[in-house]
Ligand binder design. Structure first.
Ligand code: WTA
Length: 649
């Protein structure tokens, strides 16, 4: 029996004790089924509205939705002020752990003062609602404070992962026309300080005199490195924000006011600026965080290990948890600094009860061995979560056994940058969960698995793989791609235009028990350690190197990282003869141009690439080569002999 077949049979029902105390019961799905929009109106009541909405959903301008029409609210007020006003100001919001071992606790009172200071200073800079702010920072409290200060003022933030290169930062800053960049002097990575402000300057100056939109750079001191300085543009946080008044009154914004832009890889080289708005986004992040993680305010200690540079950090470190008055751990560094015990020491130190991470990290823990978690008391943990890629059943079982003491529910949550919040997941306390399956859409969400023409794929046809579609709009759905409505329509809505369904870009199947299994991307997007990287982004970085004439990149399955990047490159005639060391140089070039997360696992220098008669590179065949499989159909290939040349090189 294969791992997958076996897992179809085992299902892990919740324990009666868990079910009894769980936030979600069977009535949740029943309510959503009886009246879907009414159900979402009830969920919106989780928030404080300065002005109530008059209509739940306006879908007349599909595929651009309006949720909670006419309502007005302030996201920061919902995430901070209201908890203080409700008498919970002394509750810890963030237990922050720095990589070098420093730590800091921020209560909701502290958070309110800090966010207010930052909001006052941003206002002093002349920023106004609707302006864009780029945030390029490691995982320190000021990153979260900056996001909340933007939300408080109606400024649209664009967080750029601090591992991205200066040119990746520049293209995002240019696309959103950011007026302010918030950054740090440097960031800690495995005991070393890596400069970050320097990267901002490189982003702004490396393009010579090409003008940019940035008027201000605000710098938090973190690693105490020297920074290049531009008088009049640059300011230290500790000399400005820290001196500003801690009093600030939050203003309400329209439910559809743009809250943030987050760039993600698509099938072309140009990253897409995914736009999320206010009321629907906060409703669904709050709802899912409450029910999927079974979160109990004032009791749980929650830890999501993502970075705020990704959507998981936005929705499940900042907005969902803080709107629910969570006490959470935020950790700055890598899981093996100073050694592989770090996460479990943190769990013990704070008594973490809910732990949410990515399958790639679970597989890394497996590789390090179970003796490491076994050296710690992890009995505080009562729920585990997974996100970012399919979790293989073996990793699922290991996670439950060694981290979850063999008795806690695991929620395997499927969602995307575009969906804004969790869409499919078991409900702890309700669902009997199968290892490796996201199980099904949450109450209020509707999903299907269909074939190319949109026909349902019959239940139980476990071999039949189809496309995952969302056939009803949902509150936290993206409202578009920044500045490119046509691309938004073409990417997500064209394939099933007739039916009006959202095409998620994932392959999936539904088994005989109606459980959904998400199988991975069906487009040219790779998923490496839970990070989305497009093949064409890496290809253009490779051809940016002076010795490369042409490049083709595929994602090949990888035991640790889910997929690994495998590149095939043809060298220019001028570069031939000197390929020694070139592979390393090309890998370094991709790291430099995009980020170390996009560095290819393998680069093969080949004489030719397989192409169809119409000149398209046949990636499917390259994937077969990369994964060492027998070749599939080569009948449309111009010259099938290319493969012998590729394989022997
Ligand atoms: C994949 C991350 C299987 C999927 C929140 C999706 C998953 C892409 C799961 C989105 C899961 C995410 N099971 N696959 N539980 N969660 N994915 O935008 O391919 O970084 O389309 O959002 O990750 O990645 P993104």
């Amino acid at each position: 029996m294969t791992d997958t077949e076996k897992s179809v049979q085992d299902a892990y029902p919740p324990t009666p004790e868990f079910a009894q105390a769980a936030n979600a019961g069977p009535e949740l799905a029943a309510a959503a089924e009886a009246d879907r929009l009414g159900f979402w109106a009830d969920q919106a009541a989780r928030l404080h509205w300065h002005e109530p909405f008059t209509e739940v959903l306006d879908w007349t301008d599909a595929p651009v939705a309006k949720w909670f029409v006419g309502g007005k609210l302030n996201v920061a007020y919902n995430c901070v002020d209201r908890h203080v006003l409700d008498g919970h100001g002394d509750q810890v919001a963030i237990h922050w752990e720095g990589e070098p071992g420093d730590s800091r606790d921020l209560t909701y009172n502290d958070l309110l003062a800090e966010v207010s200071r930052a909001a006052n200073y941003f206002t002093e800079l002349g920023l106004e609602a609707g302006d864009r702010v780029a945030i390029y920072m490691p995982m320190i409290p000021e990153a979260i404070i900056s996001m909340l200060a933007c939300a408080r003022l109606g400024l649209t933030h664009s967080v750029v992962f601090a591992g991205y290169s200066p040119s990746a930062l520049r293209s995002r800053v240019d696309d959103a026309e950011a007026r302010l960049i918030v950054t740090t002097d440097g960031q800690w990575r495995r005991g070393k300080s890596a400069p970050l402000k320097e990267a901002v300057d490189e982003a702004l100056y490396a393009h010579g005199d090409v003008p940019h939109s940035v008027e201000h750079v605000l710098i938090v001191r973190r690693t105490n490195v020297e920074v290049p300085w531009t008088e009049g543009r640059d300011a230290w946080w500790h000399e400005t924000v820290a001196e500003a008044s801690p009093e600030h009154t939050a203003e309400a914004f329209d439910s559809e006011h743009p809250l943030f832009i987050l760039y993600t890889s698509g099938t072309t080289g140009k990253p897409k600026g995914i736009v999320h708005t206010t009321g629907g986004y906060l409703t669904q992040t709050s709802y899912t965080h409450h029910y999927v993680f079974d979160h109990k305010a004032g009791q749980d200690v929650y830890w999501c290990t993502a970075d705020i540079g990704w959507v998981t950090g936005h929705s499940y470190i900042v907005y969902g948890p803080l709107s629910n008055r969570t006490t959470q751990v935020v950790y700055e560094g890598t899981p093996n600094s100073p050694n592989e015990h770090r996460h479990w020491e943190i769990v013990e130190k704070y008594g973490v009860t809910i732990y949410y991470t990515a399958p790639t990290l679970v597989r890394t823990f497996m590789k390090w061995g179970h003796a490491i978690p076994e050296a710690h008391d992890l009995s505080s943990i009562r729920l585990l979560g997974s996100v970012g890629e399919p979790i293989n059943p073996q990793a699922w079982r290991w996670y439950r056994k060694y981290i979850g003491g063999d008795n806690v529910p695991i929620v395997d949550t499927w969602w995307q940058t575009e969906t804004g919040a969790i869409m499919m997941s078991p409900l702890p306390g309700v669902t009997a969960t199968k290892p490796g399956a996201a199980m099904g859409p949450l109450p209020g969400i509707s999903a299907k698995v269909v074939d190319d023409d949109g026909n349902d794929i019959a239940l139980g046809e476990t071999e039949a793989v189809g496309y995952l579609v969302l056939d009803q709009p949902w509150p936290s759905m993206l409202r578009g791609i920044w500045g490119d409505l046509e691309r938004y329509k073409a990417t997500y809505w064209e394939k099933y235009a007739e039916q009006g369904w959202y095409f998620a870009g994932d392959g999936a199947k539904v088994d005989e028990d109606d459980a959904f299994w998400v199988l991975g991307r069906v487009d040219d997007v790779m998923n490496v350690s839970g990070h989305r990287i497009s093949t064409s982004e890496v290809e253009s970085a490779l051809v940016g190197h002076h010795s490369v004439a042409e490049a083709a990149v595929v994602g090949a399955s990888d035991e640790m990282t889910g997929q690994g990047i495998v590149a095939f490159v043809i060298l220019k005639a001028s570069a031939k003869g000197g390929s020694d060391g070139l592979v390393d140089e090309l890998k370094a070039e991709v790291s430099r141009a995009i980020s170390p997360i996009a560095k290819p696992r393998e680069i093969h220098i080949v004489p030719e690439l397989p192409k169809t008669r119409s000149g398209k590179i046949m990636r499917r065949l390259l994937r077969d080569v990369a994964e060492g499989r027998e070749l599939g159909d080569t009948s449309t290939l111009v010259d099938p002999k290319v493969f012998e040349a590729i394989r022997s090189s």
